[in-house]
Design a protein around this ligand. Structure first.
Ligand code: PMP
Length: 357
């Protein structure tokens, strides 16, 4: 046994601590810690979920043709350049597995989403963390960190947990400045919350070194289903399909996600409601003395005066049955990330924060 050891890098991965959904002894809990859609999935997706369970003895589709076609129609992308996975987490894993190994570097930013580092270490490559400027991705700092070992650069736009975004010109400048062996990965998990934003699709279409990831876990209200997708140059999708297990998604996942993406009216309603409630919540918290950066996603990053105050407010909210996310692990110890819930949840948070302050 003494000789059995994991690959180098694996023990640098911290075990996942988030995901709390209940509070012992507290009734009527509202969970605002995982950026889930408070309205859940569309009725059409729920109907498809129930309908899909008839052929459990059959293996699912291996090519995901139905779901890729629906994504193609709704998002205006070529289905041949789409790959589907178990959440966008799995697409991130595929990218690292296929393109980064020992000796290679993978860039993420200071407050970047945790999976970039986890998947990089799991692939045996080295994560490089680049500073941000006032909680916004800094293109110049990323370009300065690139070298001949850089294989992947991950950016979430909008970013989690800051909620900030960088513009199309900045993204193009980044893509054009990368070394020739590097891929820019634009993580669009929250893209649907931004009116008129294509998640990076136009840049993928215009460049050979840009790849986009998307998810059904956020605006589609299907975090529990675990479906995500990626869109990029055919050559990259072909590589990723070689590391993808042939049956990575069940028929239930495929059919439910297909119904969800086709229900564009529901998606639009969720976007509109999020925009309205996010503005209301940000203003209510600011009036209570808790400012936040302008968020473009379905959460806000509330700023406190010190790590102690953020922790105390977190405990206070818990005592009131409200679960939010501490983001000290994202190097934001003064902050709490609060998902925009439904109207009643937003009012409850605002009331509790006011009482805390
Ligand atoms: N990217 C970002 C920026 C996220 O915030 C999340 C979920 N928290 C994901 C990717 C992964 O989402 P999923 O695996 O559920 O698609």
């Amino acid at each position: 046994m003494a000789e059995i050891r994991p690959q180098p890098g694996i023990m640098d991965i911290a075990l996942y601590q988030g995901g709390q959904s209940h509070l012992d002894g507290v009734a009527d809990v509202v969970k605002l810690s995982s950026n889930e859609n408070p309205f859940g999935p569309s009725d059409k997706a729920k109907e498809a979920f129930v309908r899909s369970g008839h052929q459990l003895h059959r293996y699912p589709s291996t090519d995901h043709a139905g779901l890729r076609a629906a994504i193609g129609e709704v998002h205006g992308v070529n289905p041949d350049q789409v790959i589907c996975g178990v959440g966008s987490d799995e697409i991130i894993t595929f990218l690292c597995q296929a393109y980064a190994g020992p000796g290679d570097e993978v860039i993420h930013t200071e407050h970047g989403f945790s999976m970039y580092r986890i998947s990089t270490l799991a692939a045996g490559a080295t994560p490089i963390e680049v500073p941000e400027r006032e909680r916004v991705v800094d293109v110049d700092a990323i370009l300065a960190a690139c070298n001949f070992r850089t294989k992947l650069v991950f950016i979430a736009n909008p970013a989690n947990p800051t909620g900030t975004m960088i513009g199309g010109n900045e993204l193009a400048r980044l893509a054009d400045g990368l070394p020739k062996q590097a891929i820019l990965v634009l993580d669009g998990a929250y893209a649907e919350y931004v009116e008129e934003y294509d998640g990076g699709k136009a840049l993928v279409d215009a460049r050979e070194n840009v790849f986009m990831t998307r998810t059904f876990s956020k605006i589609y209200g299907l975090g529990g289903l675990r479906v995500g997708w990626g869109y990029g140059p055919k050559e990259i999708v072909d590589v990723l399909n070689r590391v993808r297990g042939p049956f990575n998604l069940s028929q239930t996942q495929l059919e439910t996600a297909e119904a969800a993406v086709r229900d564009m009216d529901y998606t639009e309603r969720c976007r509109t409601e999020n925009t309205r409630l996010r503005a209301w919540l940000a203003e209510a918290l600011a009036e209570a003395g808790v400012p936040s950066d302008t968020s473009t996603a379905n959460f806000i990053l509330a700023r406190f005066t010190s790590p102690d105050e953020a922790e105390a407010c977190d405990e206070w909210l818990k005592s009131k049955g409200i679960i939010v996310r501490r983001v000290a692990g994202y190097k934001l110890p003064n902050c709490l990330r609060i998902t925009v819930g439904d109207e009643a949840s937003c009012r409850r948070v605002a009331h509790a924060v006011r009482a805390f302050k």
